[in-house]
Design a binder for this molecule. Structure first.
Ligand SMILES: [Mg+2]
Length: 357
């Protein structure tokens, strides 16, 4: 297989020792160029604004029409299930699942993003039938605390902290893993391509916390190899302030980049590593990357999941499923409206597999 190691992995020290201010990383410019304020306002619009008056009913009808038109290009994975199961045929399926907004609802306080017992049962069931991994922007420990299933593989910090199976191939491709054991004594591999950035991330977490502490509703989250600044509960008038404060802190950290998710800014090391790379890494670790008879499916709702959708699309095997209740451009092939539909899809997959064996 061709496995791409992260470009900064071999020489992050060059970055870490930088003291001079150099131009901000491209991603910040990207956020700016596309109109950061618009992005902040537009990310994750809720349906709460649709009240019961007539005007809003009309808006709601328009939204539904737009959504149905959008689904022509991103068909529902539920109504297309027969096509999916035909494609899966006798292939070995590998399942990759994002957590927030995919297995759990997006909530005002990210600490409360709990998955339901029904969802946990559905995930446990599919994991007993197919190799299944959770790939989240949260820290690996935190996402495990939410999911609480030992049957799965976990990749936290956008794939920068992977606990996977001991590699089945002997070709290491220069990827250095640490052999470890999980909570149940099972032998696992730990892969942390950004470990040298940890002191910097810890420092920037503190500085960012200090810089936004007077902004009502701004909430910090330490995701180990990345830092989140949530502004879901910040007044819209203060969005500009949040962005300026965050960018001001990052001016001193050219090796960190800023990306934007659902009402959240995320700060992470500039390394060539993302959820797409994590999918490739896990497929390889599972001994599934070379095989033509493997069908990887990735289910996710956010911008960072697009890297995984792209990987599957580019390799022309497997596909992404975007979880969204609004029309969005995506590299996914199918769609699901919300976590409830994700659960239904997982149940259908499990039922199909059990019937066919
Ligand atoms: Mg998500």
């Amino acid at each position: 297989m061709t496995f791409t190691t992260p470009t900064s992995f071999t020489s992050p020290g060059l970055c870490l020792n930088t003291t001079k201010k150099i131009p901000l990383p491209g991603k910040i410019e990207e956020v700016r160029a596309t109109g950061w304020l618009d992005l902040m306002k537009a990310s994750s619009p809720t349906r709460k604004r649709q009240t019961k008056d007539v005007i809003c009913d009309t808006q709601s009808d328009d939204l539904d029409l737009q959504y149905r038109n959008w689904m022509v290009n991103y068909p529902s994975a539920l109504t297309s299930f027969e096509a999916i199961s035909d494609l899966a045929g006798s292939k070995r399926l590998a399942l990759f699942l994002d957590y927030d907004g995919t297995l759990s609802p997006i909530v005002d306080n990210p600490e409360n993003a709990l998955m339901s017992d029904e969802m946990r049962a559905a995930v446990r069931h599919v994991a007993s039938l197919f190799p299944t991994a959770i790939i989240s922007g949260r820290s690996r420990d935190k996402v495990f605390d939410f999911v609480k299933l030992n049957e799965l593989y976990y990749a936290g910090s956008h794939g920068m902290d992977i606990m996977g199976p001991v590699r089945k191939t002997t070709d290491s491709n220069g990827v250095e893993c640490i052999r470890s054991t999980d909570a149940h004594g099972k032998e696992v591999n730990l892969f942390q391509p950004a470990s040298e950035f940890l002191p910097m991330i810890t420092e920037v977490y503190e500085k960012l916390g200090e810089s936004v502490k007077d902004i009502d509703g701004a909430r910090m989250e330490d995701n180990k190899f990345c830092v989140s600044v949530h502004y879901r509960n910040v007044a819209e008038d203060d969005y500009k302030k949040v962005f300026h404060r965050v960018s001001a802190v990052l001016e001193d950290y050219p090796c960190l980049r800023l990306t934007h998710g659902r009402k959240v800014f995320e700060v992470r090391p500039v390394i060539d590593w993302n959820k797409g790379k994590a999918v490739e890494f896990l497929l390889e670790s599972l001994g599934l990357n070379e095989s033509e008879d493997v069908l990887p499916i990735y289910v996710g709702d956010d911008r960072t999941d697009e890297d995984a959708f792209k990987v599957l699309k580019a390799s022309n095997r497997g596909f992404g499923i975007l979880v969204s209740s609004i029309p969005k451009e995506s590299d996914a092939f199918y769609s699901l409206r919300d976590p409830a539909e994700v659960m239904e899809f997982l149940r259908m997959l499990a039922a199909w597999k059990e019937q066919s064996t």
